[in-house]
Every structure is written in C-alpha cells, then in structure tokens.
Design a protein around this ligand. Structure first.
Ligand SMILES: NC(=O)C1=CN([C@@H]2O[C@H](COP(=O)(O)OP(=O)(O)OC[C@H]3O[C@@H](n4cnc5c(N)ncnc54)[C@H](OP(=O)(O)O)[C@@H]3O)[C@@H](O)[C@H]2O)C=CC1
Ligand SMILES: N[C@@H](CC(=O)OP(=O)(O)O)C(=O)O
Length: 371
C-alpha cells in the first residue's frame, strides 16, 4: 500500500481545463486547488452573463471567500458566458454551475464533445451517467464508453460527483460493505456547513446562533445517491445495479459552521452476527480507496482517518484531514437500535465538491478516458 501511495501520477501530457461557474463557491475551490496542479492548466472561465466580459478578479471580487488570494494565473482572465464555443481548446471542463442552469449547459458541452466533470445534481441519477466518489467507485467511470456510444460522441461525456453530504457518508459505508458484506439499513443525521448553500447562501439572521432543521431536497439526495454509488457496473457495461438490501434514512440540518459537514450515522449489517466494534475499527483503518490504489495526484494518503478521542471529529480541528480530501470518523460505538454508530466529518467544498471532481478527472486521465 505504501508503495502505491508514493507513486506520483505521470500523465502523458498536460490538459487545458475550463471551469463553468468559476465565480461561485465551488468554482473558487477549483481555482484554488488547480493553481499549482502538475498537469491541469486552467485556460477558460465561465459564469453567468452578470459576470461575463469582466476580468475574473473583478467578477469575483465580492464573492471570493477562500483563505488564499485569487491566483495570478486567473485574476486577469476574462470571464466568458457558458457556451461551448468559448471553451475551444479545453480538453475537459469542470462544472460548479448553479443547478437551475447546470442541466442544459452541461448537456450542451457534452454534445459539443467535451468531457464534463459536474458537481450539480441534475445528471446524477441518469442511468448512463457515472455518479462517482473517487474514494469509492471509480469503476463506474467505465460506463463512459457506453454513454459515448449512445450520444455518438468521440470524446464527450458527463461524469458527476455526489451531493456533499452523500460523499462523506459513502466512504466509510464502502469500507464496511467491502469488509463485512451488504449493509441493510443506514440512518444518518447531518449537520451541514453554510458554505454548502453557496454564496450569499443562508441569511445571517437565519443561521447565527441557530440550527435550521431543513435543507431543501437534501434528504432525498442522500437516500437515493448512496445506493447508486455503492452499487456495481452491470456486466455489459451499459449501466449500474444497486445493492438490493440497502435502505437509507436521512435528516439534514444547517448549522452555523463555515466549512465541513458533520454526520451522525447508524448502520445495520445484513449478515448476522454483525462485526465487533474492534473489527469495524480495523476495517475502517485498513480501507484503501480507488484513488489511492490508482495513485492519482490528489488522493489522500489515508482515505478514512479514525479518531479515538471522545470529542472528535470537530469541523474547526479536523476539516483538513487528507488536505480536505479524506473523511474523519470518530465516536465509533455499539448501537442499541441498529448495529453500530459513529460520527464523521468531511470538507464539503473539497472532498464534497471540487476535490472529488479533480480526483475523478485524474482517474479518467489514468484510465485514458480523456482524448
Ligand atoms: N457548495 C457546496 O458545498 C456544494 C455545491 N454543489 C453544487 O455545485 C454547484 C455550485 O454550487 P455553489 O458554488 O455552492 O453555488 P454558487 O451559487 O456559489 O455559484 C453558482 C455559480 O453558477 C453561476 N451561474 C449562475 N447562473 C448562471 C447562468 N445563467 N449561466 C451561467 N452560470 C451561471 C454563477 O455565476 P455568477 O457569479 O456570474 O452568478 C456561479 O459561478 C451547485 O449545483 C451546487 O448544488 C455540490 C456539492 C457541494
Ligand atoms: N445542498 C448541499 C450542497 C449542494 O449544493 O448539494 P447538491 O449539489 O446535491 O445540490 C448543502 O447545502 O450543503
């Protein structure tokens, strides 16, 4: 394992990339994470007609909320409208588009033969679109070949990553499924950061000193996306098969935290008797993700960081595990209702958004899917 982690990805060439929704919360993370990327060069930025025609540093002046300055390589770039013709020369595009417009725009880019890596919900449950969490199910990328055939494309496709709360959850679930067989029931309560709602997001008078027990559409996404991600590719490569047993119940809360989604999780295993807490802890610690095995550039060294302190993980202390690309798991214990319970924390705009998209694209490069 250590040997695999030390390998640096050596792609055959560099790739020009465009960012759709570059001015938003997720778009900014793409720009920050790609600033010194060894083989992805940002060459085109897109956003709404409100931002188009302006230098990026002007268009994003008010909304830039990252803890580093706007990189020099994009500050003077003129923001474009999100039309494929404005992205000529890009080998792939990352999308952090608002879901009100992402569906149509991403389809237009795919049909214009661009490889699209999307963060939006619109195409996630399409039966021929891979919904990929790079620490979990990179094999689903293989359905890209079938998607291209259906749309008669040479190089275009759409791959999405998951909802940010789903992403943190499926990583330990996959480790448990691999080690102990199918899971039958999962109950999860989320405590989601305000950056999950984009900018300007939740009004301060709604969230300061408060907890809001509702995030529109979120519970449904957690309950449906987990099964697709934890499922397999059908033998003929034309789609996906969900695990038969799995049922997920989600309750989602917005909390006054800037970055980092915390989740309280209960799990029941299909096989009886269930594993002991010691066996579960060992399985979580031993988990090696696809991104690690393939050895992609942005993979964390450890995908699940198990914390044994009784009051961890906490967003302020633990959000940077794996440079934001890993999941922290703690408070692992027996459950009197289902079999086990634990808390987890993941960075919603890195592993939950831009970081996963970048790893998905790195894996696609390793699998020779980018033409
Ligand atoms: N924030 C998070 O933690 C996560 C977000 N996501 C998803 O990622 C996507 C982006 O989220 P987020 O960054 O938070 O959202 P923001 O609201 O912060 O950003 C939205 C982006 O979409 C652009 N946009 C809006 N309307 C149009 C249009 N008509 N044409 C072209 N571009 C347009 C905006 O440009 P402009 O600035 O010009 O208005 C902006 O760049 C969403 O689909 C979201 O659901 C997924 C996982 C996690
Ligand atoms: N709804 C999530 C972020 C998000 O935009 O999710 P999705 O991409 O699934 O719509 C949150 O508020 O934390």
């Amino acid at each position: 394992m250590a040997q695999q982690q030390q390998q640096q990805q050596k792609p055959p060439r560099t790739y020009n990339v465009g960012i759709l929704g570059a001015t938003g919360t997720v778009g900014q993370r793409f720009i920050q994470l790609l600033e010194n990327h060894p083989f992805f060069n940002v060459t085109a930025l897109g956003a709404s007609p409100r931002s188009a025609g302006k230098p990026y540093a002007v268009a994003a002046a008010r909304s830039w909320k990252q803890n580093t300055a706007i990189p020099q390589n994009v500050a003077a770039a003129i923001v474009q409208t999100c039309e494929p013709a404005n992205f000529a020369g890009c080998d792939l595009v990352f999308s952090g588009l608002d879901s009100d417009v992402a569906g149509e725009i991403e389809t237009a880019f795919m049909k214009a033969d661009y490889a699209v890596f999307s963060n939006a919900k619109n195409h996630r449950m399409d039966p021929i679109v891979p919904l990929v969490v790079p620490l979990v199910n990179s094999s689903h990328l293989d359905v890209v070949h079938h998607q291209r055939k259906v749309h008669r494309l040479q190089s275009g496709f759409i791959v999405t990553n998951a909802n940010c709360a789903t992403t943190g959850l499926v990583v330990p679930l996959k480790a448990l499924q691999d080690a102990f067989g199918p899971l039958s029931r999962v109950a999860v309560t989320t405590m989601q950061a305000i950056s999950g709602a984009g900018y300007p997001g939740v009004p301060s008078l709604d969230i300061l000193g408060n907890v809001v027990p509702y995030i529109s559409g979120e519970e449904d996404k957690l309950e449906t996306e987990c099964a697709k991600i934890l499922g397999s590719v059908r033998d003929d490569g034309t789609g996906f098969a969900n695990p038969a047993e799995l049922r997920v119940s989600a309750s989602c809360y917005r909390v006054p935290v800037i970055d980092g989604h915390t989740e309280s999780v209960m799990v029941e295993f299909a096989n009886r008797p269930p594993p002991s807490i010691e066996q579960v802890e060992a399985a979580l610690k031993a988990y090696v993700s696809d991104a690690q095995t393939i050895g992609v550039n942005s993979a964390p060294e450890q995908s699940i960081v198990v914390m044994t302190e009784s009051d961890r993980p906490q967003p302020r202390l633990d959000i940077w595990v794996g440079r934001g690309n890993a999941v922290a798991v703690g408070r692992l214990r027996k459950c009197n209702v289902l079999d086990i319970k634990f808390s987890l924390l993941s960075h919603n705009t890195i592993l939950g958004a831009a970081g996963s998209s970048i790893m998905n694209a790195e894996i696609a490069v390793a699998k020779n899917l980018i033409k």
